[in-house]
Design a protein around this ligand. Structure first.
Ligand SMILES: C[S@@+](CC[C@H](N)C(=O)[O-])C[C@H]1O[C@@H](n2cnc3c(N)ncnc32)[C@H](O)[C@@H]1O
Length: 294
């Protein structure tokens, strides 16, 4: 599902431009918006994103009957709700099922057998989950290719947490509904086993949905997480942050992982800072936290 354009939409743009139907976004107003995005979500907007910001916020200006970005900036500076709406409008929610499939190959072949052997709770987090294709891909990997392969879950304490800063995508996870073209990329037999036809598309099977809890969470706020996590997926999220924010977040993920836990990051990302030194690489963009000594 793509709420407001894919990652590629972020590539274009030039500073201070206008079109007949859009208000002009001056460098000064762009800088004010970029500062708010950094403060609220640590999202780093460079001037190359001017066109993207202008087009995504055009509707916000229209809804408020504003003709000038300077008036919109003044509005978001005084109105916390509109500030949140703006942050969400400027997130990129592009995602799909079985994205970066080598992660799921590694998860099924290496991580899952380890988790199944172990007694005790299994906790997995999709951080920056967008509309849920990632977390439901993980759920389908846990359930396996048929109903028999899912039977181990009846006796296991397994929970998948899916979080995102954008409430509308979190609601999509909770609904578990996907359009036909979205589910087309799910390989068989997962698709026919774990999706049910519904008016206008498909819904995830109850067996998958009951594993998942979806919540709104800004990754730079306090995390209300009690458990240590066995696996964290934070993919194609940190690309939007500058290095200090990445460094801080990656170290928090390492701290939240149980010893021996795994972290998967997006295809164009890499660990930096202390997290890079503390984690063992298990292949491209896959990392393991060292087992506890003793
Ligand atoms: C491109 S999607 C990635 C979805 C999925 N992880 C994947 O790889 O397909 C990035 C998501 O990160 C979320 N996001 C961006 N900044 C965030 C923040 N500070 N806290 C939580 N989520 C954030 C966005 O709302 C968006 O849904």
């Amino acid at each position: 599902m793509t709420a407001a354009g894919g990652a590629s939409a972020l590539a274009g743009g030039n500073a201070s431009m206008s079109t007949s139907h859009n208000a002009e976004l001056s460098p000064r107003d762009f800088a004010a918006i970029a500062a708010i995005m950094h403060e609220e979500a640590r999202i780093a907007l460079t001037e190359a994103k001017t066109t993207l910001v202008q087009s995504r916020l055009a509707r916000r200006l229209r809804e408020h009957g504003l003709n000038k970005f300077s008036d919109y900036v003044a509005l978001v500076e005084r109105d916390a709700d509109e500030r949140q709406t703006m942050v969400v409008a400027l997130t990129t929610n592009h995602t799909h099922f079985f994205r970066e499939p080598h992660h799921f190959d590694h998860f099924r072949s290496t991580v899952l057998p380890e988790l199944k052997r172990r007694d005790g709770p299994i906790r997995i987090w999709s951080a920056g989950c967008s509309s849920g294709e990632e977390v439901f891909t993980i759920a389908m990997c846990l359930l396996g290719e048929d109903r028999t392969s899912a039977s181990w879950l009846r006796h296991a304490d397994v929970r998948l947490l899916a979080t995102d800063i954008a409430p509308h995508v979190v609601e999509s996870v909770q609904r578990g509904f996907y359009a036909e073209n979205t589910v087309a990329g799910i390989p068989e037999p997962y698709r026919s086993t774990w999706l049910r036809p519904a008016p206008g598309g498909f819904v995830m099977a109850e067996e998958a949905r009951q594993l998942v809890t979806a919540r709104v969470l800004n990754l730079f706020a306090a995390w209300p997480l009690k458990a240590a996590y066995d696996v964290i997926f934070c993919r194609n999220v940190m690309i939007y942050f500058a290095d200090p924010a990445k460094r801080e977040l990656e170290q928090r993920f390492v701290n939240q992982l149980a010893p021996g836990g795994h972290l998967y990051i997006g295809h164009s990302e890499r660990l930096i800072g202390a997290a890079a030194e503390n984690m063992i690489s298990c292949g491209h963009t896959m990392y393991k936290k060292p087992e506890a000594r003793g």
